[in-house]
Write a protein that binds this ligand. Structure first.
Ligand code: G3P
Length: 223
C-alpha cells in the first residue's frame, strides 16, 4: 500500500510527512487554488524538497489541447525532475498526451477517472497510476467501491496501479483500499479528523490519569 497526500499546503505536508507513512504528493489546479497566487515552480520545488528518495510527485497539466499539455509536460520534466508523474485527465486528447509521454519513457498518472473503461484505456497506454475519484463518483450516485473493484479487474494484466483520490471521509478511504486500490491520495483534513478523534484521545487521557494516580507525574524514564 502507498499513502499519498492530496495537498499543496506546505505546513500540512511537512507535518504529516513527519508523523505519518507518506510516500508521495498529488496536486491539481483546485488544490493549488487553495494556496492562493503562488509562484508555481518555486512552490512545487518546496513541496518536492519534502519528499524522500523513491517517493512519487504527481503534478497536473492544465492545457486545453494535446499540444499544450505536451509542452507543459516537457517543462515540468525539465524544471522539476525526469521522475515527476505527469497527471493527465483521461479524455481523448489526454490519452494522446499519455501515449507520447509514456513512449518518451516518463511517468504518467491518468486522472479524472470515473469508469473501468477509462482505467482500461489508460492502463493499456502504459501509465503508472490511474486516479479514480471516489467521492465524486458517489456524488453522481455511482457505487465507487464497485467501480474501483471493476477497474482493478480491468487492469489486472498490466503494471498500472490504482491511486484512489477524491476523499471526504475516512470510511471512503477504507472502502477504496478494500475494493482493490493499491494506493490512496488523501487530503490532509482526513488525517486531522483522525487525530482529533475524541474517543482515541479520551482513551489515552484515561491511561495517563491511571498512571499518574499511582506513580505521580514521573515518566517511565524518571523511575
Ligand atoms: O486528486 C484528485 C482529487 O483531488 C479530487 O478531489 O475533493 O476535488 O473531489 P476532490
Amino acid at each position: 500500500m502507498e499513502i499519498l497526500l492530496d495537498s499543496a499546503n506546505l505546513p500540512a505536508v511537512r507535518r504529516f510527512y513527519d508523523t505519518c507513512p507518506i510516500s508521495g504528493l498529488t496536486t491539481n489546479p483546485s488544490i493549488l487554488k487553495k494556496e492562493g497566487k503562488i509562484d508555481f515552480f518555486a512552490h512545487m520545488k518546496e513541496l518536492q524538497s519534502v519528499l524522500a528518495g523513491g517517493d512519487t510527485f504527481h503534478v497536473q497539466v492544465v492545457g486545453e489541447n494535446a499540444d499544450d499539455m505536451l509542452r507543459e509536460a516537457d517543462v515540468l520534466i525539465e524544471k522539476l525532475s525526469a521522475d515527476v508523474y505527469i497527471k493527465v485527465p483521461t479524455t481523448e486528447s489526454g490519452l494522446k498526451v499519455m501515449k507520447t509521454i509514456v513512449k518518451a519513457g516518463h511517468n504518467v498518472t491518468a486522472t479524472a477517472v470515473y469508469s473501468a473503461f477509462q482505467a482500461f484505456l489508460a492502463a493499456e497506454v502504459g501509465v503508472k497510476y490511474i486516479a479514480p475519484y471516489f467521492n465524486r463518483m458517489q456524488n453522481l450516485g455511482m457505487r465507487a467501491d464497485e467501480e474501483i473493484f471493476a477497474m482493478a479487474s480491468a487492469i489486472d494484466q498490466t503494471e498500472t496501479k490504482i491511486v484512489a483520490a477524491s476523499f471526504k471521509r475516512i470510511q471512503q478511504v477504507i472502502d477504496a483500499i478494500q475494493a482493490g486500490a493499491e494506493a490512496v491520495t488523501i487530503p490532509t483534513d482526513i488525517l486531522e479528523t483522525q487525530f482529533a478523534n475524541q474517543t482515541v484521545n479520551n482513551a489515552v487521557s484515561a491511561f495517563l490519569q491511571d498512571w499518574q494516580s499511582v506513580q505521580g507525574a514521573k515518566n517511565i524514564y524518571e523511575l
